[in-house]
Design a protein around this ligand. Sequence first.
Ligand SMILES: NC(=O)c1ccc[n+]([C@@H]2O[C@H](COP(=O)([O-])OP(=O)(O)OC[C@H]3O[C@@H](n4cnc5c(N)ncnc54)[C@H](OP(=O)(O)O)[C@@H]3O)[C@@H](O)[C@H]2O)c1
Length: 263
Amino acid sequence: MQIAGHHALVTGASRGLGEAIARRLAAQGATVTCVARTADALAALADEIDGHALAADLADPAARRDVVARAAAAAGTPVTILVNNAGIDLTGHFADMSADDVERLIAVNVTAPAELARQAVPGMLEAGEGSIVLISSMAGVGVFPGLAVYSATKAALTHLGAGLRADLKGTPIAITVVQTGLITPTDMADSVRSYAPAAASFTRFRQLLPATDVDDLADAVTDAVAAGRRHVRRPRRAGLFPLLTEIPRRMTEILLAGVSPRA
Ligand SMILES: NC(=O)c1ccc[n+]([C@@H]2O[C@H](COP(=O)([O-])OP(=O)(O)OC[C@H]3O[C@@H](n4cnc5c(N)ncnc54)[C@H](OP(=O)(O)O)[C@@H]3O)[C@@H](O)[C@H]2O)c1
């Protein structure tokens, strides 16, 4: 798709990867709605890129209700690119997590992306074009200590991508799943590495999983949206890992050729 002229909603745009993606989409001519909790950071970015700010806590069911419709109303045009980037890690030992930690991780990392996709699909179908990006992780493929629930949410997000692709087969909506190791410099990479067992794991894996630069990744994600690519995998040298776990999903897709996704 030609990015210029589209309305992109980017979650987690107040900093890190989301901010970098929002900047690139705007630079290529999209109207960008920036979503996160930190209202002043969103307002400053929206001002700079001539976009819109929508402050919302995506863990809160009431706050995420009608987010896509509110963004469309404010911008005067439907959301045709949805970048589900917002995420939290809450790295630490599983036994030390609170009930609220578990719920929050799942709400921000899985429930919100699925719900926002649900809200966005009708407008994309009506517009005749759409792109949904899911920022997953290599942690959804391999698991490191301190990241049990986080890794489970990212595995769920990757699987959600395959599910959306199955249900949206034959429609003009592209699904892009992004799977990376550490992304630097970001607050999340610092947070993960502040827990010694996770830091030791990344040190052990440093040859296979060197960190990916946040700006390079934002470029790759933007290019993938334009090209309608199914996956962005970084670092490339670790690409075999997600590829291996993709085989059953891909085989299922091939075996279901000709089965209509709609009753
Ligand atoms: N950094 C890494 O090493 C790494 C590696 C693989 C995958 N990823 C994934 O990449 C994505 C971006 O991560 P990042 O490194 O850019 O992290 P980050 O710097 O910590 O930024 C996270 C973003 O998510 C937003 N967010 C968090 N909780 C939210 C909530 N309840 N409601 C709305 N927005 C919320 C934050 O904004 P507010 O705090 O303002 O709400 C912020 O904009 C995440 O999905 C992450 O899992 C990161």
